[in-house]
Write a protein that binds this ligand. Structure first.
Ligand SMILES: NC(=O)c1ccc[n+]([C@@H]2O[C@H](COP(=O)([O-])OP(=O)(O)OC[C@H]3O[C@@H](n4cnc5c(N)ncnc54)[C@H](OP(=O)(O)O)[C@@H]3O)[C@@H](O)[C@H]2O)c1
Length: 323
């Protein structure tokens, strides 16, 4: 079978599509035939070995894990001897962040506990868009406290992988959504349902005089003091991005500035691939409240091109790899 592999850290050029051995499920494992996989910014971080401190776990000089790809949807093909929760033929989906990656392949062998059942009425392609970035959007909005109807929500960096989920989920909760990204993405953000779109190249939202009840910050471009300026009294700011310095600033200084100004500024503890989150996402997909946006589909043989497309920053919606 085919899989996307890498032997060293680096940009997309380190990848190739190779013939690898068919996986054999061990105890507690299942082999999934991949129907669709989608790409995330975290795949690019995984390739580059970023942040560098993560290499303590992933291999100091060379990556110990050669495989790539987080979001997967497909069918269980075989299960290990003691697996009772799954059977061959079951439809499943997962974010493989904590389970060895490897979605960019014909098949992937993972712990059976990482796989959630995928309802019949959700297509594999739609399912594959959501586990990683959809869960981040859900957990970020949850950390901001329940978003109430009529609240003003700002999504900063709305045009990437996480933002389109955040915009649509906030709209589904009745919020008035402002989405910030660069000009080429604004039409796409309007299509997603954003009430107002702002080009960060022409306007600094933190100096616009506008105030928001909730700020979900994916782009992470401003300091705690600056983000405080666009929070309404009692407003809540949650940082999604994970740049080390800025994360430390928002995690340590945020609560202090928040306490002094009657707002809440902070980060949140991310839990990848939570079954309850996937069930909530399934409900949002099934109801049409979240409509997955697919930028382009690539075959597995062209998966390296797919990652180039993601790295270019030009994609509007998720980039899919369909073996
Ligand atoms: N919270 C956690 O525990 C956790 C876990 C995993 C991942 N993450 C983080 O989640 C983030 C991934 O989100 P993502 O995949 O949606 O990122 P992304 O695809 O890179 O999207 C970020 C968007 O922000 C835009 N942008 C760039 N500069 C901006 C500015 N000054 N103002 C407004 N928008 C701007 C980008 O446009 P361009 O394409 O033009 O740059 C892009 O559309 C990463 O930072 C990752 O570290 C967090």
């Amino acid at each position: 079978m085919r899989a996307v592999v890498r032997d060293r850290y680096g940009p997309v050029d380190v990848l190739r599509v190779a013939a690898v051995e068919q996986p054999e499920p061990g105890p507690g494992e299942a082999v999934v035939r991949v129907a669709a996989a989608s790409l995330n910014t975290a795949d690019l971080d995984h390739l580059l070995g970023r942040p560098r401190v993560a290499r303590v776990a992933t291999g100091l000089v060379r990556p110990t894990n050669r495989r790539v790809g987080l979001d997967v949807a497909g069918t269980v093909e075989r299960v290990g001897p003691d697996v009772t929760s799954l059977r061959a033929g079951d439809r499943v989906w997962a974010d493989l962040f904590d389970s060895g990656h490897g979605a960019l392949a014909d098949r992937v062998c993972v712990p059976a506990s990482a796989l959630s059942p995928l309802p019949e009425h959700i297509s594999f392609e739609h399912a594959a868009t959501a586990p990683h970035s959809g869960s981040l959007a859900l957990q970020g909005l949850r950390a901001a406290g329940p978003v109430r109807p009529g609240e003003r929500v700002l999504v900063n960096g709305a045009g990437g992988c996480v933002g389109p989920f955040a915009v649509q989920i906030a709209k589904a909760r009745g919020a008035e959504v402002t989405a910030v990204d660069h000009g080429d993405k604004l039409a796409f953000l309007r299509e997603l349902g954003a009430d107002e779109v702002i080009d960060h190249r022409h306007e600094d939202i933190t100096r616009s005089g506008r105030r928001f009840d909730v700020v979900l910050d994916i782009a992470d471009t401003r300091s705690v003091v600056a983000v405080r300026r666009c929070l309404a009294p009692g407003g809540r700011y949650v940082l999604i991005a994970r740049r080390m310095g800025s994360f430390a600033e928002k995690a340590l200084l945020g609560p202090v500035v928040g306490a002094l100004t009657g707002t809440r500024i902070g980060t949140f503890a991310w839990h990848p691939n939570r079954r309850a989150d996937l069930a909530e996402l399934a409900g949002l997909l099934a109801s049409g409240a979240v409509r997955p946006r697919i930028d382009r589909r690539y075959s597995l043989d062209d998966a390296v091109e797919a990652l180039r497309r993601l790295a270019s920053g030009e994609a509007s919606g998720k980039v899919l790899v369909v073996p």
